[in-house]
Design a protein around this ligand. Structure first.
Ligand SMILES: Nc1ncnc2c1ncn2[C@@H]1O[C@H](COP(=O)(O)OP(=O)(O)OP(=O)(O)O)[C@@H](O)[C@H]1O
Length: 948
């Protein structure tokens, strides 16, 4: 039957099966239809279907796209709200429903009164995906109104009944809050999301922890029957806090044989080289463990007078006389995190964003994924202690060496909040400690066919790119094909078997040497510092660890590896000193100097250790990040790259559509593997010349070709002995070969080059003048005895950093791959680092002064209306023209087209005429227009110096 819209508008009533009339609240009828007033939209016909609500907009009421009564306005008029996206419905009392949010002034001006009326109301709570970042969910509330109370109540009841049919939504949750997480805002984070739980009618028992280890004790001592009454446990905190809860849960409930200890792995055959097998006769002695950890988690875990978590049975499991066994892997009982920590890597890898609201919505909507969990067994803490197993679980990462040292160091600076990781990371990086260790790991099929390490090629820097297997490039995503495929051994295994027991005879491979770090990533570990994570293609639930062994290597290469980690699309594994193996288990033994393990950000001391991963052991409340979301982040990839992407990833139809319809996304920036020659040739001329001059000066000093004192800036010698070269040469010596020297050279190659290619593009003379001006200013400053230094090159380099910081104030800069800050703060951050490391600050300060003076005179002063008097002198233009390198589009002198290199033709007269090979006369340079081949006249900003 056709519906008369005018009837709806004049007398909005509930319509059941097409009848305009009174409300019928029969829950049995499948379709409910009413004419209602939707806040900020107007009259709509709302229809309740089996899978959601559909809205039909009636008339032309004003819609400005926002809704008032709620948390976040609805962005646009939607036609459908699916129940899977609705987390609650509430009846609200009689009150005003607005149709327009226009101000009174606007309404007066437009001659229309406020379009709103008083009526009974109910709201439907849902969410919308953020446009720019689809994995970020924002709350959306739809407020409907009707004159009839019964109509509203019918709607609330019917929607509630439909929501009750939604599968897998939690009814009751145990919530632990760590008030000390991150910036100590655990409580506030919970207060922010608690209304979502109450609207979704999820009962919560909230425990605010009073000390480290509190949540562990609560979880470990809870009876299984009691835990069963909950649908899951939520941690409001960081990864370390989640780890505590996970261990409290699993230690007493997960029953599985422990992995072999390092001494269980024996050489089967001397001739087989690295082939190692587990000794079948060896049986692990299991005893009550002593607590040698400093973890507060363990020191407080005492109940019933014993450390129950450490009591293990013959099969290596704990038995604390539980009432019944907790099913594991448990799909119904879920874990969840409301992020409030410092890194929140687990949340980043599962929901794709570090947003408490998104996580809360994932929880109440019953989203679930399976997570691999690693069981880590310590056999010895120190060389003196007896062999004894001690078990811990990790959900994201287990790391030794650099990873452990950073956590150990950062614990001393907890008061700094999340910044402690940056500070501690820098300190540990500079310490550059390496540790002797042996690692044995199970060989997998992919290892056999695609070994990632070519033996004997270590330390040669970048590894030749090897075509990784297609399966290894698949990014974990919604409905991930890799995670959803149960492998043979996984489907056959019982919960009590080892993860690889059905592999038959397993072959162990071994790596021994000095390592800067050894790490096992269970998931990709994306976080704000490492946007792609440690291993970009690690999966949430494929039953594998990614073993990363970073062999001892030069400082600079390690820095390169870290910077690759810190950038999106980086290739941190593509180095010869990085070993990467995908494996279900490994063992580890350290020798000599020891570091500490980091398990999900918690310290764990172990001299001998084994680890194995259990596939999908726990359920986690989240919908994993879709590839779709990843794709949206890219802008600018070309068609070829899109096809490449399709060819190498398993993608859904939605992804394919997106890939070819979204505005051109950008590619993940791949590491350019050009040859040194290509790299050198690609450098712009001024930075290249200065960098090469500095390198050659230091190389000549290293070879003993001159004394440093003979090129230093001594004014006495300049004036009395006329050694004028000192005024120039002092700028080219950046110190002997050392880390600081390399660092300064990198500054020239990075920031100098960026300036020359960016703001100084096609303005070579202006860039040269910047150097001249800087050098002149520094020479003047050095005339003051208190400010004098024999070599002012360091200050000149710092001036480059300062000017770069002013030109690129919003660029994101990563220092040592650890600290991320805006370009504007870069010189200040470098100054602070020099202060911390005890380096002299005067050269930096002088460089900043020279840089500021230059920037003030060329940009700030003209911008503020001052006269631009600081033009690049004509003689600099002439010099550049003579040099024949670079381009100055607004040059008042003509470059000799046949000049290509400096000192090319002393016979050519500058600024004059000359005969070229064709015997043609040179035009007067002063009348020259820019060479059309040089592109447009002045591409830079209008206010910059040198602009016409
Ligand atoms: N009430 C408490 N007082 C002090 N420490 C606590 C308390 N409750 C828990 N802890 C401990 O705080 C440590 C760190 O917590 P959490 O992981 O939440 O924050 P974070 O370290 O800042 O974040 P992330 O692990 O993401 O880097 C955990 O080891 C946990 O045991």
């Amino acid at each position: 039957m056709e519906i008369n819209r005018e009837d709806y508008k004049s007398d909005p009533k509930v319509v059941e099966s097409g009848n305009v009339g009174e409300a019928t609240s029969s829950a049995s009828s499948s379709v409910l239809k009413s004419a209602l007033l939707l806040e900020n939209v107007g009259d709509v016909v709302l229809t309740l279907n089996s899978d959601g609500l559909s809205l039909e907009f009636l008339g032309s009421s004003y819609n400005d796209g926002s809704i008032t009564s709620g948390i976040k306005p609805v962005q646009k008029f939607v036609n459908e709200i699916r129940f899977s996206d609705v987390y609650g419905v509430e009846f609200i009392n009689y009150g005003l429903i607005n149709v327009s949010r226009r101000s009174k002034a606007e309404q007066c001006f437009q001659g229309r009164a406020s379009h709103g009326s008083e009526m009974y109301r109910f709201t439907v709570h849902s969410f919308q995906k953020s446009r720019g970042q689809p994995c970020l969910w924002v709350l959306a509330v739809y407020s409907f109104g009707h004159k009839d109370l019964q109509t509203c109540q019918t709607w609330v009841d019917r929607i509630n009944a439909s929501l009750n049919l939604e599968m897998g939504r939690p009814k009751k949750l145990l919530v632990f809050i760590n008030p000390m997480s991150g910036k100590a805002n655990g409580r506030r984070t919970w207060e922010m999301v608690a209304p979502i739980f109450s609207r979704a009618k999820v009962k919560t028992k909230v425990i605010v922890t009073e000390r480290a280890g509190h949540a562990f004790d609560e979880m470990a001592s809870a009876a299984n029957n009691e835990l069963k009454s909950y649908n899951g446990v939520i941690a409001v905190g960081g990864d370390g806090f989640f780890n505590e809860i996970l261990n409290g849960f699993l230690l007493s409930r997960h029953k599985a044989p422990q992995p072999p200890s390092p001494s269980d792995i024996v050489h089967s055959d001397q001739s087989s080289g690295n082939g190692l097998f587990r000794n079948p006769n060896e049986r692990v002695t299991e005893t009550t463990c002593q607590n040698e950890d400093h973890s507060p988690l363990l020191s407080n875990s005492v109940y019933n007078g014993t450390r129950q978590a450490n009591f293990r049975t013959e099969d290596g499991t704990c038995n604390i006389g539980q009432d019944f066994e907790f099913p594991l892997p448990g799909e119904e009982f879920r874990f969840g995190i409301i992020p409030a920590g410092s890194t929140d890597a687990i949340v980043m890898c599962t929901t794709g964003t570090r947003d408490p609201i998104t996580s809360a919505l994932n929880i109440v909507l019953g989203k679930k994924v399976c997570l691999d969990i690693a069981q880590v067994v310590r056999w010895k803490t120190t060389t003196a202690s007896d062999i004894e197993p001690y078990v811990r679980y990790a959900a994201s990462f287990a790391g030794y060496g650099f990873y452990g040292d950073v956590i150990a160091e950062s614990e001393k600076y907890r008061w700094m909040g999340p910044k402690r990781y940056d500070y501690a990371g820098t300190k540990v990086f500079l310490r550059h400690s390496s540790y002797e260790a042996e690692v044995a790991y199970i060989e997998t099929e992919s290892e056999k066919t695609n070994p990632t390490v070519e033996k004997g090629q270590l330390f040669s820097g970048l590894r030749k790119r090897q075509g990784p297997k297609k399966s290894e490039r698949v990014v974990c995503r919604t409905n991930c094909g890799v995670c959803n495929t149960k492998s043979d051994y996984m489907s056959k295994r019982s919960p009590c078997s080892t993860p690889y027991s059905s592999l038959g005879e397993t072959r162990w491979l071994r790596s021994k040497g000095k390592f800067l770090s050894v790490g096992a990533a269970i998931i990709s570990n994306r976080n704000e510092r490492a946007p792609d994570g440690l291993v970009a293609d690690a999966h949430l639930s494929d039953g594998f660890l990614h073993l990363l062994m970073i062999r001892d290597c030069p400082h600079a290469l390690y820095l390169w590896h870290l910077t690759q980690l810190a950038k999106r699309g980086g290739q941190p594994l593509n180095f010869e000193f990085v070993e990467h193996h995908k494996t279900p288990a490994f063992t580890f033994t350290s020798f000599g100097k020891q570091s500490v393990w980091n398990l999900d950000g918690e310290l764990f001391q172990a001299h001998q250790l084994s680890a194995q991963v259990f596939r999908g052991l726990v359920s986690f409340a989240s919908q994993p990040v879709g590839l779709t979301a990843e794709l949206r982040k890219w802008s600018g990839i070309n068609l070829g790259q899109r096809w490449w992407f399709l060819a190498h990833h398993i993608v859904s139809q939605e992804d394919v559509a997106l890939l070819f319809t979204i505005p051109p996304p950008s590619p993940p920036t791949a590491l350019k593997m050009s040859t040194p020659g290509e790299y050198y040739r690609s450098l712009p001329p001024v930075s290249k010349a200065y960098g090469v001059a500095c390198l050659m000066t230091t190389a000549a000093y290293y070879l003993g070709l001159y004394q440093a004192s003979s090129i230093a800036l001594y004014y006495d010698d300049v004036i009395k002995r006329f050694q004028v070269w000192r005024l120039i040469t002092n700028f080219f010596f950046l110190g002997p070969f050392s880390f600081p020297f390399a660092f300064r050279l990198i500054i020239i190659a990075r920031y100098g080059v960026q300036l020359e290619r960016g703001p100084f593009d096609k303005r070579t003379a202006d860039f040269v003048w910047m150097f001249f001006f800087g050098a002149l200013s520094l020479l003047v400053m050095a005339a003051v005895p208190f400010l004098w230094s024999g070599f002012m090159g360091v200050s000149l380099v710092f001036m480059i950093v300062y000017i770069w910081g002013r030109e690129f104030p919003n660029a994101q800069v990563s220092i040592y791959g650890l600290v991320s800050l805006k370009g504007f703060y870069l010189p200040w951050a470098m100054l602070a680092l020099d202060l911390i490391f005890g380096n002299p600050l005067m050269p930096d300060i002088l460089g900043m002064l020279a840089g500021h003076l230059y920037y003030f005179l060329t940009v700030l002063h003209p911008l503020s209306g001052g006269k631009f008097i600081f033009k690049t002198p004509i003689w600099v233009h002439k010099l550049v023209a003579f040099w024949g390198e670079g381009t100055q589009v607004n040059a008042p002198v003509q470059r000799d087209p046949s000049a290509g290199t400096a000192f090319r033709g002393r016979s050519y007269r500058l600024n004059g005429t000359r005969n070229n090979s064709a015997g043609q006369a040179q035009e007067n340079p002063q009348t020259q227009q820019p060479d059309s081949n040089n592109g447009v006249a002045f591409r830079g900003r209008g206010y910059r110096l040198g602009g016409q």
